[in-house]
Design a protein around this ligand. Structure first.
Ligand code: KG4
Ligand code: ZN
Length: 353
């Protein structure tokens, strides 16, 4: 089965082709991405209307590009998958609308995919794919969650952030340090030159017995440091503060992930989402998992942040596992707000036959 996946939930247009069924592992044949970061940069964050309009401009050329790279034609596609939610309503509608149009023109079925399920499954496209069951640490721009993943479409929420997501903590702290949007990668880059011991920043909920997170207090602590230094911050000072911020976020993520493994008795951790690209997080998780004799899996770096491959993959895995049946009628909807734990193996999301 050849799946064309379209991702358009936020500020990245992603299109990909995934082949499954012929080999034990799904194969990524091609993927292409257009990031809107430069366009939104001037505004310090994503402007939803601009995002939607840009998705409209990009999605068809990107689809052509992946088909050319894979030396395939539209008629070869068996299933058209799109991100159904969560995300920006207008942006989601672009991907859903194009998917529906393609489905109609090609007379192929459609499947709407949960964006976070896409992230959660993206490690299955890596050279070291995981096996169920596992604990998933989902760390994206808007979500920080620990999930118990029993199988495709069978996820239980173990804990989540009660305020800001880890990605938000990176982005907001980066903004305070004058690093622009989205600040996570820039803060991580600056942190490489800094000394994390230079500041004692809070690690909210580090020792609570639950699996929840809180990052809002960290941003306030960074703001306090920045205000104190107003106007006289040198590069070395900013690098130290970046390193300390990163270390505080990573400390909490590692500690709660290890607690989730202990609490569930599982011996496999899968990291997913944009923050999963952070090298300090990977280094610390590798060390903690090796001490605990636990396996840890990551998506390939380009597949940590939003992309079409994870959407095509999730659709393929849902169909193969029999938890979703693609729809053949020409209606679609999007779910801008959609909790991941609402997914379960019996429900048929965006996929009424
Ligand atoms: O999963 P993602 O691409 O989009 C969402 O679904 O939200 O995650 C984006 C988030 C942003 O907060 C971004 O700053 C963060 O991931 N991020 C990073 C790194 N790369 C992306 N945070 C820290 N270190 C990185 N290397
Ligand atoms: Zn995402």
């Amino acid at each position: 089965m050849l799946v064309l996946g379209i991702e358009s939930s936020c500020d990245e247009t992603g299109v990909a082709l995934v082949q499954c069924g012929d080999t034990p592992q799904p194969q990524l044949l091609a993927h292409a991405l257009h990031s809107q970061v430069a366009m939104h940069h001037a505004f310090g964050g994503v402007v939803p209307e601009l995002a939607s309009r840009d998705h409209i401009r990009r999605v068809v050329p990107l689809a052509r590009e992946v088909l050319e790279r894979a030396r395939l034609e539209l008629g070869d596609v068996d299933l058209v998958a799109y991100t159904r939610g969560p995300g920006l309503a207008g942006a989601l509608l672009v991907g859903a609308g194009v998917a529906c149009g393609l489905g109609a023109a090609l007379q192929r079925p459609l499947l709407g995919v949960h964006h976070l399920e896409g992230h959660l499954l993206s490690a299955f496209l890596s050279s070291d794919p995981p096996q169920f069951p596992f604990v998933a640490l989902l760390v994206s721009g808007g979500h920080t969650q620990l999930m118990y993943a029993r199988g495709v479409g069978d996820y239980a929420l173990l804990g989540e952030t009660i305020d800001d997501a880890a990605g938000e903590a990176f982005d907001k702290s980066a903004k305070l340090l004058g690093l622009g949007y989205p600040g996570g990668p820039a803060l991580a880059h600056l942190a490489q030159r800094g000394d994390a011991a230079g500041f004692a920043l809070p690690r909210p909920m580090l020792h609570t017995p639950d699996l929840d997170f809180s990052f809002a207090g960290l941003k306030t602590a960074v703001l306090t440091q920045v205000r104190r230094k107003e106007g006289s911050a040198c590069d070395a000072w900013r690098a130290d503060l970046a390193a300390a911020t990163q270390e505080a976020i990573v400390d909490v993520l590692v500690s709660k992930s290890m607690r989730a493994l202990r609490d569930t008795g599982l011996s496999r951790l899968v990291v997913a989402g944009g923050v999963g690209a952070n090298s300090r997080l990977r280094e610390r998780l590798d060390a903690a998992c090796s001490r605990a004799r636990t396996r840890v899996h990551y998506p390939e770096l380009p597949l940590c942040s939003d992309n079409g491959a994870m959407i095509a993959l999730a659709a393929a895995m849902r169909v193969e596992a029999g938890v979703a049946s693609p729809r053949r009628d020409l209606t679609f909807d999007v779910k801008p707000r959609w909790a991941m734990h609402e997914l379960n193996s019996t429900e048929d999301h965006g996929s009424a036959a």
